[in-house]
Design a protein around this ligand. Structure first.
Ligand SMILES: Cc1cc2nc3c(=O)[nH]c(=O)nc-3n(C[C@H](O)[C@H](O)[C@H](O)COP(=O)(O)OP(=O)(O)OC[C@H]3O[C@@H](n4cnc5c(N)ncnc54)[C@H](O)[C@@H]3O)c2cc1C
Length: 339
C-alpha cells in the first residue's frame, strides 16, 4: 500500500526519471551482491530526487540512497526502496566556473570528471583517475586516493537536508573532515574502539546522532543528500600522473575481481595499515562461502565467482575483526557499507 501511494505521488508530480520494479541490486554494486529492490528509482534531475525523498518521507518509506554502489554491499533479501543518483544531471554533470573551480552533479562518475578535466586542461584531481563511483559518494566517504582526499579539493557542497526539508550549502571547513570521515556521514553516539576514532557531529546534530550498527559499522544512509560538489582545480592536466595512477590500481589488482575496494579503514595517525595486520593474521586467500580475502591484497574482500552472499561478506568481516583484535589489539573499522 505504501509503495502504491509513493508511486502515485511521483506520477502525479511529474517525476522525471526511471522507476524500476524488482530490480536486481547485484547489478548496481561493484561487489555484485544483493537481492531485488521492490522499487529502484533513478531520478534524472534534482527536483525529482527531492520529490522522491519527500514522497518517501510522507509515505513512511525507508530508503537506501545509492551512488555508484562501489562501496556498498546490498542485502541478500533485497530492499524495498533504493534511490540511485547515477543519472542525475546527465547532460550538464560537470561545469567549469572561472577557470579554477568545477561543479559536479552528485551522480557524476569520476571517469566523466577526469575526461572533463583532461579536455579543459585542468589539474588537481588526477589521483582520482579510475576511482569507481560518483562524486557524491566520494564526498560522503571522503574518498582518499594516493594521498589526495576528496576534502583536499572540495570547496563547497549543495545538499538537501531531509530533516529541515531544505537545500543548503556547506562551505568546507578543514576541521569537519578526517581520514575517510565526512560531515555527511551520520554521526555516532558510540564507537566500539574504531581505528579512526569517532567523528564530532556538526553543531546541533548530537541529538540526531544514530547508534553505530553491529560491529561498529556506519548507519547506511545520510540525512543530508549531496546534490552537487564544487572542487578547486589548477591549470594543466597531468596526463602522466593520471596514467601512473591507473597503472598503480591495475598493479594492486583493483580490477581483478568484484570488490568494494578496501574492506577496512587504515589509521594514518596511528600508522595502522589494515591490510598489513590482516596479512599478519594469515588471511590472504581465506574464504567464507563465496567471499574471499584477495590472495593478492589482504584488505580487499572479493567475490571471485560472483557467488558470494552479503551474509558471507559480513561473516568474513566479523571473523577478520575478531582475529585482528585478538592478535594485534586493534579493532578494524569496516569501510564497506552494508545497506
Ligand atoms: C576497485 C575499487 C577501488 C577503490 N579504491 C578506492 C580508493 O582508492 N579510495 C577510496 O577512498 N575508495 C575506494 N573505493 C571505494 C569507493 O569507490 C569509494 O568510496 C567511492 O567514493 C564510493 O562512491 P559511490 O558513488 O560508489 O558510493 P556508494 O557506494 O553508492 O555509496 C557509499 C555511501 O555514500 C552514500 N552516498 C552516495 N551518494 C550520496 C549522496 N549523493 N548523498 C549522500 N550520501 C551519498 C551512500 O548512501 C553510502 O552510504 C574503491 C572501490 C573499488 C570497487
Amino acid at each position: 500500500m505504501k509503495n502504491l501511494a509513493f508511486k502515485d505521488i511521483l506520477l502525479k508530480n511529474n517525476f522525471f526519471g526511471e522507476i524500476k520494479t524488482g530490480e536486481l541490486l547485484a547489478g548496481h554494486s561493484s561487489m555484485h551482491v544483493g537481492g531485488r529492490a521492490e522499487l529502484f528509482l533513478e531520478p534524472f534531475d534534482e527536483k525529482s530526487l527531492i520529490l522522491a525523498l519527500d514522497a518517501a518521507a510522507s509515505c513512511g518509506l525507508k530508503y537506501f540512497l545509492a551512488g555508484g554502489g562501489s562501496n556498498v554491499v546490498f542485502p541478500d533479501e533485497g530492499l524495498n526502496l533504493v534511490i540511485c543518483t547515477r543519472k542525475l544531471g546527465k547532460d550538464e554533470s560537470v561545469q567549469l566556473l572561472e577557470n579554477d573551480r568545477i561543479v559536479c552533479s552528485a551522480g557524476t562518475g569520476w571517469g566523466s570528471v577526469l575526461n572533463f578535466c583532461k579536455k579543459n586542461n585542468l589539474g588537481g584531481l588526477e589521483a582520482f583517475t579510475a576511482l569507481s563511483g560518483t562524486t557524491g559518494g566520494a564526498v560522503f566517504m571522503n574518498a582518499c586516493c594516493f594521498g589526495l582526499a576528496a576534502s583536499d579539493r572540495l570547496l563547497s557542497v549543495r545538499y538537501f537536508d531531509t530533516q529541515k526539508n531544505k537545500i543548503l550549502t556547506y562551505k568546507t571547513e578543514k576541521n569537519d573532515w578526517d581520514y575517510k570521515k565526512s560531515p555527511f556521514q551520520p554521526c555516532k553516539k558510540m564507537q566500539k574502539g574504531g581505528v579512526a576514532g569517532d567523528f564530532p557531529p556538526l553543531e546541533g546534530e548530537a541529538e540526531n546522532a544514530e547508534a553505530v550498527g553491529a560491529g561498529g559499522r556506519l548507519s547506511p544512509s545520510s540525512k543530508k543528500i549531496i546534490l552537487s560538489a564544487e572542487f578547486s582545480v589548477t591549470s594543466g592536466f597531468d596526463d602522466e600522473l593520471s596514467l601512473q595512477v591507473k597503472q598503480k590500481r591495475s598493479e594492486l589488482g583493483h580490477f581483478r575481481a568484484p570488490s568494494c575496494g578496501s574492506a577496512f579503514k587504515n589509521d594514518p595517525e596511528r600508522k595502522i595499515v589494515a591490510g598489513k595486520l590482516i596479512d599478519e593474521c594469515g588471511f590472504k586467500g581465506f574464504s567464507v562461502g563465496g567471499a574471499q580475502i584477495a590472495p593478492w591484497h589482504a584488505n580487499f574482500i572479493i567475490n571471485p565467482e560472483q557467488k558470494a552472499r552479503s551474509a558471507d561478506i559480513l561473516e568474513l568481516v566479523e571473523i577478520v575483526q575478531e582475529a585482528v583484535l585478538k592478535k594485534q589489539g586493534v579493532f578494524l573499522e569496516p569501510e564497506i557499507i552494508f545497506a
